[in-house]
Design a protein around this ligand. Sequence first.
Ligand SMILES: Cc1cc2nc3c(=O)[nH]c(=O)nc-3n(C[C@H](O)[C@H](O)[C@H](O)COP(=O)(O)OP(=O)(O)OC[C@H]3O[C@@H](n4cnc5c(N)ncnc54)[C@H](O)[C@@H]3O)c2cc1C
Length: 391
Amino acid sequence: MRTAVVVGAGMAGLATAGALARDGWRVTLLERGAAITAPPTALVLWPNGRRALEALDPGGGWPSIAAPLPDGGVRRPDGQFLVSPHTRPGAGRAPAVVHLQDLYDALVAGLGEHVEIRTGIEVSGVRVHRGQLAVGDGTGYLDADLVVAADGIDSAVRHAFAPEAAAVGSGFAAWQAVIPGHRAPQLETGGETLGAGYRFVSMPLGERAASRGGVYWVATAAGAPRPESPATQLALLRRWFADWHEPVGELLAATRAEDLVPQEVRELRPLPRAYGFRCGTGGVVLLGDAAHAMPHHLGQGACLAFEDAATLRSLVATAEPGPALGQAVQEYDRARRPRTASVVRQTRRMSAVVQARGRLALRARNAALGSLRPRILGHAHGPVTDWQPPD
Ligand SMILES: Cc1cc2nc3c(=O)[nH]c(=O)nc-3n(C[C@H](O)[C@H](O)[C@H](O)COP(=O)(O)OP(=O)(O)OC[C@H]3O[C@@H](n4cnc5c(N)ncnc54)[C@H](O)[C@@H]3O)c2cc1C
């Protein structure tokens, strides 16, 4: 039986482990955390991410956990529209928003009976010994034909195979929160507001179970992450966004310090020189943030991880250990690197838009937004979200 070891039980690892197991692989999923846990936030699933999830698990029930994301356009802090809502595409190509705990529950359910899950295991490295690939967990080695590194931006496996890719700060801090339904203001639509070095995006999560409905928001500020306590950071956010149009103030007022998930925004620079390394009876692939962590401005990190998983699944579907599997590992690299590098380039251009400060820079940015939108801000347009799963 073909064996795969998946390192990391985040969204990328869970999606890949389930898909490989459904195709008959014997899969071991290694997670360093004591349990598989979803952060208490939410995620936008763009059409490419939704298609990838469907391809990975057609019976996964994705539509029932994802709330359609109505178009709220892009505004200035005073409420004036920079990009009107109607410029976004129709419902068939609309994004959706999902609570991460719902998404993790669905991905864990998709692991079925055939994935061996081992938590509390920190992978320390991968070696090839007498022609056999093996994953080290600190106490011993686990043989595998295929090793999937889905261990996030600080991937230990990537450090061994592509040490040139470094995790660096992107020059932003981000705060996310889900305000539960019983204390969240009613929102009809999502919306995005761009200020000078600041951005605020909010969206309703629809009618869901008490702790998973409500409103999700993400705020971004140029600069370093704040060292203060969550309560002080929340007070700072209320001050920074104090004169922004509603519902920004209302949402921050309804947020509690314990809802807040602050983090530094980081990315890989440069990207790894390869995502697939042929060795042993198959090879090692990098997937998700381990391969292409990027700032969250286009909301594509997880969507691309699901694309990675769907592509890998298709390429290794019939590949037997030996030359065929080695070749599939190399094909994975050829299929995924140009695609993800292009999305990373677009994300970096969006970083410049978000970072714009000073009167002249802001005026130029606002004037350019209308024409830039289809190319950069138009997450739901063109090549970024048009991706189709392999047959
Ligand atoms: C503010 C913000 C908003 C975002 N919004 C969106 C959005 O709307 N849409 C979207 O598509 N993306 C979005 N993203 C990006 C998305 O969150 C990431 O791309 C995604 O979480 C990456 O998943 P992953 O499974 O690759 O990595 P991770 O979630 O980092 O998971 C890695 C897992 O590996 C485990 N691990 C690490 N090292 C080891 C080891 N040595 N041994 C064993 N286990 C290990 C970790 O414990 C973890 O469970 C956003 C990101 C941010 C910061």
